[in-house]
Design a protein around this ligand. Structure first.
Ligand code: IMP
Ligand code: MG
Length: 192
């Protein structure tokens, strides 16, 4: 697996440092918003599967009472390195119909075209949350991603295909602890 790596773009220590920083910012913002009238709840909506590593790191740095509702979206089926359009595959734990008391934080691994975050945001909005924020580990420096409204971004990266820390190619490499690019031979034949 390590032989397939071309370059390490973001190492594990930098990831950890930045996630801590962003968690502090989120805890501050939501903490303030939630300190008003009534028992405000925080609901984390991780987008599967790519966000699993990031969200587990992030929420352990958020000292706030929270619930978690998973949603599953697919945009990069199989051996593709370009988005094929985002689609909701399943809601593993269905979102409550009424999120009126909840401050919702939608979490994804990477913002590329914005399709994925867009459909999940629309889905959550139907449950009328008290507030809605979005957070991604990575954002690609490409016009569609930079123009897409998102509240928290840990890192902006070049417009290249990356894996690790939850991100996959054809289902693999999610467990790599750094954000890396793959050697060209590995993804040769992708998007054919
Ligand atoms: P979007 O819907 O085009 O914004 O793409 C977001 C989704 O596509 C993410 O949740 C990822 O699962 C996947 N994705 C986008 N770029 C990459 C990448 O460079 N590597 C792996 N997955 C990616
Ligand atoms: Mg994903």
């Amino acid at each position: 697996m390590n032989d397939d790596i071309d370059q390490v773009l973001i190492g594990r220590d930098d990831l950890d440092r930045r996630v801590t920083e962003v968690a502090r910012q989120i805890a501050g913002d939501i903490g303030v918003a939630a300190s008003g009238v009534g028992a405000a709840e925080i609901t984390i909506v991780p987008i599967l599967t790519g966000s699993i590593i990031f969200v587990s790191d992030l929420i352990r740095k958020l000292p706030l009472p929270m619930q978690i509702h998973l949603v599953s979206v697919s945009a990069y089926p199989g051996r593709s390195t370009r988005s094929r359009g985002a689609r909701i595959r399943s809601q593993l734990t269905s979102l409550p119909e009424d999120l009126a008391d909840a401050h919702v934080l939608v979490v994804d691994d990477i913002l590329d075209t914005g399709g994925t975050l867009g459909i999940v945001r629309d889905l959550v909005l139907r449950s009328r949350p008290r507030s809605l924020r979005t957070c991604v580990l990575l954002r690609k420096r490409r016009p569609a991603a930079m123009a897409f409204p998102v509240d928290y971004v840990c890192f902006d990266i070049p417009d290249v295909f990356v894996v690790g820390c939850g991100l996959d190619y054809n289902g693999y490499y999610r467990n790599l602890p750094d954000i890396v690019t793959l050697r060209q031979e590995v993804t040769a034949g992708a998007d054919a």
